[in-house]
Write a protein that binds this ligand. Structure first.
Ligand code: NDP
Length: 500
């Protein structure tokens, strides 16, 4: 049973550490009401050291545990996650502000799927190396070796999913992890640590520390850490990757985006609008891959906007536990202020046309939700590529409609950004869709859909949007290093030093 705790502490050496020295605490807030939920005791540097030490102590035995046995433990954690899906989803809804209709069907489900995928993968040869005969008297074999103690740093938009996407391949490959959630959404972390423990994970293999960016910086720069897997903003990612480079650590960087959705001239308008809404309003726009730059043929603009306006009332704010609610508040007060500021800039400085939404809260909110961090889903049109709202990642429910006249022009403008996380195309001519997708500079792309990210599919950004991938077969490779061995059966290492 998952109870909503009122206090949370660092978790390492297989247990919660209520007595560990804590320099302060963070108040976890329910974004839908603005009311405090839980006190999170932050970790001192000594407590981060202790968490790393517990991981270091667990590593020799965990890395030597046969993959099939590691897999059995992780599979038990998968079952526990699925059994507790709704209770964990409730925690995520309270912590993130995402509707229960979403957290109960996506967040824990996709996290558990990835854990199952990597547990299965290592049990069925995913960590096998290769062997080959080099010459009649010599063979080569390779092995995939775990890296050691790894750091996982999470963003606030998909807290438990991010924790699972990082810890699943990390632990399955035989590494240990010290994980720091975002200070804005820390609640899931200790519940996950408890599930791993209950599943039989040895003490010290998965550890949790809490705190702000300063604690994250201390963790990622620590000399014992072999790899940093980071999800967050481009600017923070650059700092973390820079510090990791100094210690020659492995990194995976999952960073921000400003992704284009190109609606081709032959697209069905109804389908294009549905996809554009999914790409902008799911999770209230707080998705790294959101398709916020919607390129629509000039000739289709009027019809596209008409259909979109007719469908906007389907975005329903309200009580987050009502299964018909599909739109929540923004995650924090500070993020709310940032998104409002972008909408204001869109109106006042960019002078884009505000087609829907704006600076107000959704009109139907009940009184108890009025103090929450709500904003209406917003659509700007008549946008151009130079506008701030078109260039910068807003990370909120703000769609920008841009028109184009030729497909070449749309592709060139879609690529005119330093970011390259995701991209999508909607159209009926599937050959044309493939041709356009092949020209778009992004690591995650969709044709006639948006947003699905299954365990089997590697995901990662191009350009400034990241380094490396998570998930899929390549996702496991990111948590191992290669060792190559030559076996000489001819009885000699060669003749160079065997004679004068
Ligand atoms: P931030 O970069 O602000 O923070 C991410 C994490 O890094 C948090 O845990 C944060 O702690 C921590 N942190 C902050 N400073 C440092 C530092 N110097 N060293 C180490 N850790 C540090 O990102 P957000 O939490 O605001 O997340 C939103 C961003 O994440 C968006 O840009 C979004 O696009 C991106 N994202 C990318 C995804 C992808 O797969 N590509 C998926 C999800 C989100 P604290 O929160 O306590 O400050």
């Amino acid at each position: 049973m998952v109870q909503l705790e009122t206090e949370r502490h660092a978790f390492y050496a297989g247990k919660s550490q209520p007595t560990s020295a804590s320099p302060g605490h963070i108040e976890s807030i329910d974004p839908s009401t603005g009311k405090p939920l839980c006190k999170i005791h932050t970790s001192s540097y000594e407590s981060v050291d202790a968490a790393i030490k517990s991981a270091e102590g667990a590593f020799p035995s965990w890395s030597a545990t046969p993959p099939v046995e590691r897999s059995r433990i992780l599979q038990r954690a998968v079952s526990l996650l699925r059994q507790r899906n709704d209770a964990l989803a409730r925690v995520e809804t309270l912590d993130t502000g995402k509707p229960f209709s979403e957290t109960s069907t996506v967040d824990i489900v996709t996290g558990a799927d990835v854990l199952e995928y990597f547990a299965n993968s290592v049990a069925s040869g995913g960590l096998n190396g290769e062997s080959f005969r080099l010459r009649p008297s010599a063979m080569v074999y390779t092995s995939k070796e775990p890296l050691g103690v790894c750091a996982g740093i999470g963003a606030w938009n998909y807290p438990i999913q991010i924790a699972l996407w990082k810890s699943a391949p990390c632990l399955a490959a035989g590494n240990c992890m010290v994980y720091k959630p975002s200070e804005f959404t820390p609640l899931h972390a200790e519940y996950l640590a408890e599930i791993y423990r209950e599943a039989g994970l040895p003490d010290g293999v998965f550890n949790v520390i809490y705190g702000s960016g300063e604690v994250g910086a201390y963790l990622t720069a620590h000399p014992t850490i072999a790899k940093v897997s980071f999800t967050g903003q481009v600017a923070t990612g650059k700092k973390v990757a820079g510090s990791a480079a100094g210690g020659m650590k492995y990194v995976t960087m999952e960073l921000g985006g400003k992704s284009p959705l190109v609606v081709l001239p032959d697209a069905a308008v109804d389908q294009a609008v549905d996809i554009a809404m999914m790409a902008n309003f799911f999770s209230s726009g707080q998705v790294c891959t959101n398709g916020t730059r919607v390129f629509v043929p000039s000739a289709m603009k009027k019809e596209f906007e008409k259909v979109l306006l007719a469908k906007m009332p389907f975005v329903r704010a309200g009580n987050l536990f009502d299964m018909t609610t599909n739109f929540g508040p923004l995650n924090s007060k500070v993020h709310h202020a940032k998104v409002v500021n972008y909408i204001r800039r869109g109106i006042e400085e960019d002078k884009a046309t505000l087609l829907y939404g704006g600076l107000n809260q959704p009109a139907n909110l009940s009184t108890n939700l009025r103090e929450g961090y709500w904003i209406e889903p917003t659509v700007f049109t008549d946008c151009n590529d130079n506008m701030t709202i078109v260039q910068e990642e807003i990370f909120g429910p703000v769609m920008a409609i841009l028109t184009y006249d030729t497909i070449d022009e749309a592709v060139q403008r879609a690529n005119a950004t330093e970011l390259g996380l995701a991209a999508g195309v909607v159209g009926r001519d599937i050959d044309q869709c493939h041709l356009v997708i092949s020209r778009l500079e992004a690591g995650i792309t969709w044709i006639n859909t948006w947003g699905e990210s299954p365990a089997e599919m590697a995901v990662g950004g191009w350009k400034q949007s990241g380094l490396g991938v998570e998930n899929g077969r390549r996702g496991l490779e990111a948590w191992v290093r290669n060792k190559s061995t030559i076996i000489e059966m001819g009885g000699s290492a060669g003749t160079v030093f065997s004679k004068l």
